[in-house]
Design a protein around this ligand. Structure first.
Ligand SMILES: [Zn+2]
Length: 291
């Protein structure tokens, strides 16, 4: 049985100073490509879907495919729901078989964010061994249905972080530190390393209790990724990079082979490209060989 919640694989990662890749997939072939890469490199893994692809595919189908693939995989794998701002849909996905749920109530005021997040924590913890991720501050950019305009993002206050984590009863914490969703407009986006380090000291200084999550992995320079991991980022979310890889692979394939009308070869080309991309990320995050 290789199905785990996020907490089980992130505590060892945070303790040892590597990060587990959390890769957004929007279809089942993409999921297979990601899992094959992680198996090849013996890396613990988090598969995640945003709300829109989860609804499009149906949560029971996502969870069913995940269960079939993960049960026979020789590595621990978690299925995570990303950035869900609807408490009821969080519960639907937890019931369907997701093993980590992110309730993103970060657009609400501090008190409401705590209340909504705690509702999901309590539900998931009572239902079974499902861990929960919460966010404080906001991540700029577009994440499916969550849109935060540039300049409107709000970085996470370290003092509030401690209160938020305690009162919301979450298992993993996503503090907004300047990373963004989508494609960075600058080659050197501002990332508040010291803020992440301070939050990590406050929450995990006397032993890892609440692993930290970095959103917006696509487009960060490798040295920035490594620094974020060294400062306590132990779940590393990557989405846009997979979308680009998928669509570019299909575009390339069709340019050369369109008139073959061979869908299996088209799917294989896209899956191979995803597998290569994920192996690069796993190497960068340091989780190769950790499963
Ligand atoms: Zn995110």
């Amino acid at each position: 049985m290789a199905i785990v919640n996020a907490r089980e694989i992130l505590i060892p990662a945070a303790e040892a100073g590597y990060a587990v890749g959390a890769f957004n997939v929007s279809n089942i072939i993409m999921m297979e490509g990601v899992i094959e890469a992680a198996i090849e490199l013996k890396a613990p893994l988090i598969i995640q879907t945003s709300v829109a692809p989860s609804k499009f595919l149906r949560p029971d189908i996502v969870a069913g495919a995940f269960r079939t693939l993960a049960e026979s995989a020789p590595i621990p794998i978690c299925l995570h729901l990303d950035h869900c701002n609807d408490v009821d849909y969080c519960k639907i996905c937890a019931n369907a078989g997701y093993t980590n749920i992110m309730i993103d109530a970060s657009k609400h005021d501090f008190k409401t964010n705590i209340e909504l997040t705690a509702q999901v924590s309590d539900f998931c913890h009572q239902l079974g061994d499902i861990s929960v991720e919460g966010e404080l501050g906001t991540v700029a950019g577009v994440e499916e249905e969550v849109v935060v305009a540039d300049g409107q993002e709000l970085l996470c206050s370290p003092d509030q972080a401690v209160e938020f984590v305690e009162r919301s009863r979450i298992d993993l914490f996503a503090p907004a530190i300047g990373t963004a969703h989508g494609v960075y407009k600058s080659a050197n986006p501002f990332v508040d390393f010291e803020r992440l380090a301070q939050i990590n000291r406050l929450l995990n200084g006397s032993g890892v209790k609440v692993p930290l999550v970095v959103h917006g992995g696509t487009g960060l320079a490798p040295e920035v990724v490594k620094k974020l991991v060294s400062l306590g980022g132990s779940k590393f979310n990557v989405s846009t990079d997979l979308k680009h890889t998928w669509i570019n692979a299909i575009d390339d394939y069709l340019h050369e082979h369109k008139t073959d009308y061979n869908t299996a070869k088209l799917d294989s080309a896209a899956k191979d490209a995803i597998r290569g991309k994920i192996k690069d990320w796993i190497d960068l995050l340091g989780s190769s060989g950790k499963a």
